[in-house]
Write a protein that binds this ligand. Sequence first.
Ligand code: OVV
Length: 415
Amino acid sequence: MTATNLPASSGNGAGPAVSVSSDIPHLDVDPFSIEFFADPYPTHELLRETGPVVYLDKWNVYAVARHAEVHAVLNDPGTFCSSRGVGLSDFAKEKPWRPQSIILEADPPAHTRTRAVLNQVLSASVMRPLRERFAAAADAKVDELLARKSFDAIADLAEAFPMSVFPDAMGLKQEGRENLLPYAGLVFNAFGPPNQLRQDAIDRSAPHQSYVAAQCQRENLAPEGFGGCIHARADSGDITEAEAPLLVRSLLSAGIDTTVNGIGAAVYCLARFPAQLARLRQDPTLSRNAFEEAIRFESPVQTFFRTTTRDVEISGHRIGEGEKVLMFLGAANRDPRRWENADHYDINRKTSGHVGYGSGIHMCVGQLVARLEGEVMMAALARKVRTIEITGPVKRRYNNTLRGLESLPVTMVPA
Ligand code: OVV
């Protein structure tokens, strides 16, 4: 993997093949390969150290991996748009694999209206009455796992806990919930390039897609859940009846696998850094920050793309209109220019400014739900657990966007 200094092509095959005058270095890394996912950190460093912007020949995209540039791209949505898709596929050139998201894959002013609705459905005042239920579920889950002593921290904790609270909070019926994680895995694989991961996920997607499409309908959602609250906003005229199911679909897409991988990251951190678990036990008020630091440290959502709406300069380097720009959130979250001891998990760190939830107008609309789930699980562990020991082979789960584990065998000892 060496940096070259070729002129940038006009990208993605559109426009003339003439090169633009540019000194942006090219890299031949594939950030959607299994070898990269197995250990992304040396490549993250290469991406950051090669320059503020690089060009990836494998997929014909620009990329930013330093915190400053990732933050700048996230906070200029007029130049770096989402409406042409936040995966590799450019919706101006290719038909999306499913109807476009009306919040994630939208720009102002359309985005502003749908975002306002989800902001209210997932607001702090909505979280308040949920906290007690979520905390009781986390406590019960940790008690159950302590009784078992040895278990898989992914299936039995990181998946089981969100699955015990989020589908109920959405207002979903019991039947078919086993489709939720495969559907989300599909959505996050589909942001990636047309590789085997993406193709396999799409090939197997029909039952997951039909389940989700049905659960987005009002008659399948409890009126008091997040889903019912979205539909109620069609009654008040804030959105149309056609828009409501699409906003429910956004929560079913983004609301579960993200927190599974966030909580998985947090438990994996506590298992690998016993001194940090000891600190958390001494001061359970650190629970919320311990979860936040795990989001920075592992960055469960690793990447998103934007598309340029005009010729633009990033840190003095020119990029043409209609180019895809890949943002490495995980690399930004460990950029030594921004973070001291970036590769250390430190629950006392000032985590603000991490881009694990994004930044700017698209920053995770479900972040309060995610943090609530993460905090109450960390608090349950802080109060009830003495040690978490890894007792078997750690297996990674491979996804084009999500970073997390397939299996984490552990033994937990009670406090
Ligand atoms: C943040 C996110 C991830 C995946 C899907 C969506 C959003 C959506 O809006 O459908």
